[in-house]
Design a protein. Structure first.
Length: 119
């Protein structure tokens, strides 16, 4: 995966007095891993939702390699980002194992079973 850059992203929701996320900048190197830690309500899920494309930043820009995912008047849909995230509740689909939940994007992308299992 290419380098992921969050450049001064912010997110405000209509009807709220303060921003959910304010001026966050992060660079994740190519092939890197991102984990966000912090207290409840600090904006972790909102940042992940913006990276995944479920929320559009109010300000700032998100790029993956040379592609602008969000910002500068552009918003790439989640299904075109080739990304996955694991929610705090590990079981997005409770009838599936943790491995099946995490591996679901690979299965959806029709990855060969051996390759998906290895990843």
């Amino acid at each position: 995966m290419a380098q992921l850059i969050l450049n001064a992203i912010s997110k405000s929701f209509e009807g709220t007095a303060r921003a959910a996320v304010s001026d966050v900048s992060i660079t994740v190197r190519e092939g890197g891993f991102l984990a966000l830690l912090g207290p409840s309500g600090c904006g972790k899920t909102t940042v992940l939702r913006m990276i995944a494309g479920f929320e559009q930043p109010t300000d700032g820009r998100i790029t993956l390699g040379d592609t602008i995912l969000a910002g500068d008047g552009r918003m790439v849909a989640p299904e075109h980002r080739n990304m996955a995230m694991v929610f705090q509740s590990y079981a997005l689909w409770p009838h599936m194992s943790v491995a099946d939940n995490v591996g679901y994007p690979l299965k959806s992308a029709a990855s060969p079973a051996r390759r998906a299992a290895a990843r």
